[in-house]
Design a protein around this ligand. Structure first.
Ligand code: HEM
Ligand code: HEM
Length: 178
């Protein structure tokens, strides 16, 4: 049997949250491939250039995420999305909240990889010869696992939007657009 529920789609997230949501999305879409490509590259100028870009964009996402956390507590949020299934309602909130933890974890493990992997000097002096040959250190492993978890969450998140549209004929993107 089809579940048709009605949500008030004009009940939206705040403008600040909306801007950060889409800006972060675009930046994360750039971070994932740059991360994957440079992880397999030999130390050299091309890797250093990608690393500089990755770190710069990563730090912007970190700052945006901290502001987003502040908005989470300070800005009024819309009523919880009603999906027609109590467990599914909880899953929506769980995925959204997990994004916050994973993004912070990604940024902290990224910074820890730079510090513990001694990459800072190569980045500062833009000297590729200072890049370490081997980066097999725990924070880099944690960074990779966090990136995989983020991708899984993102697939669940986008799948949820499509599933809700098909089942309930509601475009929930309206809640996260001005
Ligand atoms: C949302 C934020 C971020 C995402 C989605 C992301 C994603 C990734 C991915 C997918 C990799 C490849 C992992 C592997 O296969 O080993 C990677 C590597 C890396 N990332 Fe990030 N990253 C983010 C933020 C950051 C930040 C903030 C920093 C540092 C300030 C950073 C520094 C690094 C470093 C140093 C590597 C290892 C590069 C190498 O192998 O030489 N990342 N990142
Ligand atoms: C890595 C990228 C993404 C992250 C980290 C993310 C994270 C979030 C978070 C945390 C929320 C709750 C609002 C907030 O506190 O900011 C949210 C809401 C939402 N996102 Fe995303 N999102 C991403 C990409 C996308 C994409 C590509 C779509 C489009 C298919 C999308 C559609 C939505 C919708 C429709 C909502 C509102 C859900 C509701 O009604 O509660 N998101 N997202």
């Amino acid at each position: 049997m089809k579940t048709i529920v009605k949500n008030n789609l004009s009940d939206k997230y705040s403008k600040g949250t909306i801007i950060i949501h889409w800006l972060s999305f675009l930046l994360i879409i750039a971070l994932i491939p740059t991360g994957i490509i440079m992880a397999d590259m030999e130390a050299g100028t091309a890797k250093l250039n990608l690393l500089q870009l990755h770190v710069l964009v990563g730090i912007i996402v970190f700052v945006l995420t901290l502001v987003r956390v502040w908005f989470f507590f300070r800005h009024k949020r819309p009523s919880k999305l009603e999906t027609g299934n109590a467990l599914h309602n909880k899953l929506v909130v769980w995925i959204e909240n997990s994004f916050y933890y994973i993004l912070i974890l990604l940024c902290i493990t990224g910074i820890a990889t730079i510090v513990m992997g001694n990459i800072g000097e190569a980045l500062q002096s833009a000297d590729a010869s200072l890049l370490p040959e081997n980066l097999d250190i725990p924070p880099r492993y944690a960074h990779k696992v966090s990136a995989i978890l983020l991708i899984i969450l993102l697939l669940g998140h986008i799948g949820g939007v499509i599933n809700h549209y098909i089942k309930n004929k509601e475009n929930t993107i309206k809640r996260i657009t001005p």
